[in-house]
Design a protein around this ligand. Structure first.
Ligand code: FMN
Ligand code: SF4
Length: 697
């Protein structure tokens, strides 16, 4: 990030930025108590590290900005006005700068709530981007004596989101004087995720400091929202801010001109800044140059850490939270997920429905022989340690480097998921084309694809979970994102264990997976190594994104040699849609391109792997290790009953113990070059009609 930001956030001579908040002041505001009586600590941020990471982030930002920009959230601006008799205190602008909608959602919520107090008119909510596009400036707000509430997110490497670029450029301009924004009153709420450690909320902090340095008056203490508890920090701040407004205690301001008319206010007009009590004003965020020994001493005993606000339960019990918040639950439910317990989800796959109607199975039917109509797609953890660019969840799911939520009972999750799955299947009854026998069989779930979203292996009871699936004769296809090598090692045998290989080198992996861990590359390599040592039936899953990760075949070949997987599934990325998706249709490779990629990779791997199967409909190709070709015939299919039996017996077994022969039609070019690309001939192939094709998990 730029020079001003760097110097603001880094101390001089190793001094630290000290964020201190008077607990005594905030306690009544936040309605929480410190029952545990633990000694509060002052938060110290390593200033040098922040600066370095910010610089690194700036480079990364420039590279990805153009792509991320397409993901930006554009909202209509909203203007809330009091009725014709209403007189407001001040004109308020709520400007949001984010990418995936959180800032915009909070801005709208705040706009409605401020309007509901009846104290302010008009209240305008709009994105920072639109603000500048409409020709407005901070200076023009200062001239109006407006109140500007900025709700901004921090992005990759501690940088501003592309939607706030113009605003950032303005703040960075070193020609501004100290009175540039005199007359403007402001407050900032920063959005971020604590797992980004020293990059947490860097942009929000920067905006808050920089606005003050340019002469704007801070009318309320900066708020922070940690995505791990999305909405909590914001709502704590909002509640306190609104109660400040409420204290105005009147609706009509004597002597005030109509705020609707764009007035600066007349005599007797109460300014929002004056409503903050003396107590509240003591809630300080200290600048490094302002901090002294005395305040540091004081902080040891009496001060709370701003970053911890609102993270505990109302009763201060410190008990683990539920992963899925109410708003996330609503959001996921809208997208067709059924939420089980507090961190798991199940969804009906398009192929499950298709095969129920005799319209073909997914590529796992072709490659391994699963019955798609008896497959349940679920995840025991909606949270993940990455934010992959092609994630179909559009980054609404929680992220974390470790499990820190309440963990539900695994049996309850599986029984609950089966019940929900059956419920969704029942809705298919009577749908034209549904085959009666398959409908009945579908009630008997035989496969569980643990690849819906999130990272299943961080769920603390994953081993028990997998064991219970097998006990119920349900096969397990588990996909992990290669960030938790020790958990891969600890995993009991699953029917097929996948590792996602999203790139072949460190730089591309960072760009594509946007991992939370700083040592993500080492974790990735260690995960691949751990996979190779499991002795299980293992699969590398490559998702090809044109222009992002289809070069550097040597790198992929080296990774394959490192992990020695049984199979390599190579799949063109699925177009996820959305208004302005990061991955557009031009990034989706053609099936021919995927085949070419696989042929080249096979060549680089010498005589070890060969293309064994394909599912052209899903743009997916299977490279299998040659030991799965026995006497010239492929055995990529799985004998699921045998696997269940081996599991029950509890004796050691290996991959060769549950092989099944791949049928002729599923073998690559088994039906000749003009064949149907691995589509089961017993099914009816409904051709694409130009609509989005979900290729399967
Ligand atoms: C690719 C990506 C990178 C992120 N980098 C950071 C970061 O460096 N620091 C931080 O505090 N939060 C980071 N976050 C978390 C976002 O700030 C957080 O999700 C926020 O709620 C997003 O708000 P929005 O939905 O308005 O964009 C990142 C999120 C994404 C998706
Ligand atoms: S695409 Fe995945 S969830 Fe759907 S049927 Fe195939 S394996 Fe199951």
């Amino acid at each position: 990030m730029g020079s001003v930001l760097s110097s603001l956030l880094s101390g001089v001579d190793g001094s630290v930025v000290v964020i201190t908040v008077l607990l005594a002041v905030l306690a009544p505001l936040l309605l929480r108590s410190n029952k545990g009586g633990k000694k509060e600590e002052t938060k110290k941020i390593d200033a040098n590290q922040t600066q370095d990471e910010a610089k690194e982030g700036a480079k990364d930002y420039r590279r990805t900005a153009a792509k991320e920009r397409t993901q930006q959230v554009r909202r209509e601006s909203k203007v809330f006005k009091l009725d014709s008799n209403g007189e407001g205190l001040d004109e308020v602008y709520i400007l949001h700068g984010g990418m995936s909608g959180n800032c915009a959602d909070f801005a709208e919520e705040l706009g409605k709530n401020i309007h509901a107090t009846g104290k302010v008119s008009p209240t305008t909510v709009l994105s920072l981007e639109q603000f500048y596009e409409d020709g407005m400036t901070m200076k023009s707000l200062a001239r109006k004596n407006a109140v500007c509430i900025l709700i901004v997110a921090t992005y990759t490497g501690g940088t501003p989101p592309p939607t706030a670029q113009a605003f950032f450029d303005y703040l960075e301009d070193s020609t501004h004087t100290k009175t540039e924004l005199a007359g403007l009153r402001f407050a900032v709420v920063g959005l971020g995720h604590k797992d980004y450690a020293t990059n947490y909320n860097v942009f929000g902090r920067y905006v808050d400091k920089r606005m003050a340095m340019l002469g704007a008056k801070r009318v309320y203490t900066r708020g922070e929202d940690d995505e791990a508890q999305l909405g909590e920090g914001f709502r704590v701040w909002q509640k306190a801010f609104l109660s400040m407004l409420e204290r105005a205690g009147f609706k009509k301001v004597a002597g005030a001109k109509s705020a609707n008319a764009g007035s600066n206010g007349g005599s007797g007009r109460v300014k929002i800044g004056e409503l903050q009590t003396e107590e509240e004003k003591k809630v300080v965020i200290e600048d490094p140059e302002e901090s002294d020994d005395e305040s540091a001493e004081e902080s040891d005993d009496d001060l709370d850490d701003l970053e911890d606000l609102g993270l505990e339960g109302e009763d201060g019990s410190g008990e683990a939270k539920e992963m899925v918040t109410e708003s996330l639950r609503k959001n996921l439910t809208k997208q067709g997920y059924k939420i089980i317990g507090s961190h798991s989800g199940v969804k009906l796959c398009r192929w499950t429905k298709a095969m129920l109607r005799g319209r073909g199975g997914c590529y796992k039917h072709t490659f391994y022989g699963i019955s798609s109509f008896q497959c349940m797609e679920m995840t025991p953890s909606l949270a993940c340690a990455n934010k992959c660019v092609f994630c179909w969840r559009h980054h609404k799911n929680p992220v974390g480097r470790e499990w820190r939520w309440k963990a539900d009972d695994p049996k309850m999750l599986i029984d609950g998921a089966i019940e929900q799955h059956r419920g969704m299947m029942k809705q298919m009854k009577g749908v034209p084309g549904v085959k009666k026998d398959r409908y009945e069989e579908s009630m008997n779930v035989k496969h569980c694809a643990l690849s819906l979203v999130g990272e299943p292996i961080i769920y603390p009871h994953i081993n028990e979970f997998v064991g219970y699936l097998h006990e119920k004769n349900i096969s397990s296809f588990l996909v992990t994102n290669a960030q938790f090598p020790e958990l891969i090692t600890a995993l009991p045998p699953v029917t097929q264990l996948y590792v996602s290989i999203d790139a072949s080198n460190e730089e591309d992996l960072k760009r594509i997976d946007r991992p939370l861990f700083t040592d993500f590359w080492q974790r990735f390599l260690d995960s691949i190594e751990a996979l190779g040592k499991t002795g299980q039936r293992t699969v590398f899953r490559l998702t090809l994104v044109k222009g992002w990760n289809m070069d550097e075949l040597d790198g992929y070949a080296a990774l394959v040699k490192h992990g020695n997987p049984c199979m390599i599934e190579v799949k063109g990325v699925t177009y996820c849609g959305g208004k302005k998706p990061v991955i557009g249709m031009k990034e989706v490779p053609w099936h021919d391109e995927v085949i070419r990629f696989c042929s080249e990779l096979a060549k680089l791997l010498g005589d070890e792997y060969e293309i064994a199967s394909e599912h052209a409909h899903s743009c997916c190709v299977l490279l299998a290790r040659k030991d799965f070709k026995i006497n010239g015939e492929w055995y990529t299919w799985i004998d699921f009953d045998k696997f269940a039996q081996l599991e029950r017996e509890g004796k050691p077994f290996d991959t060769s113990d549950y092989l099944a022969k791949t049928p002729y039609w599923a073998v690559y070019r088994g039906l000749g070059v003009d064949g149907d690309g691995g589509f089961d001939p017993a099914e009816v192939h409904m051709k694409r009609d130009g609509s989005i094709v979900e290729s399967g998990c």
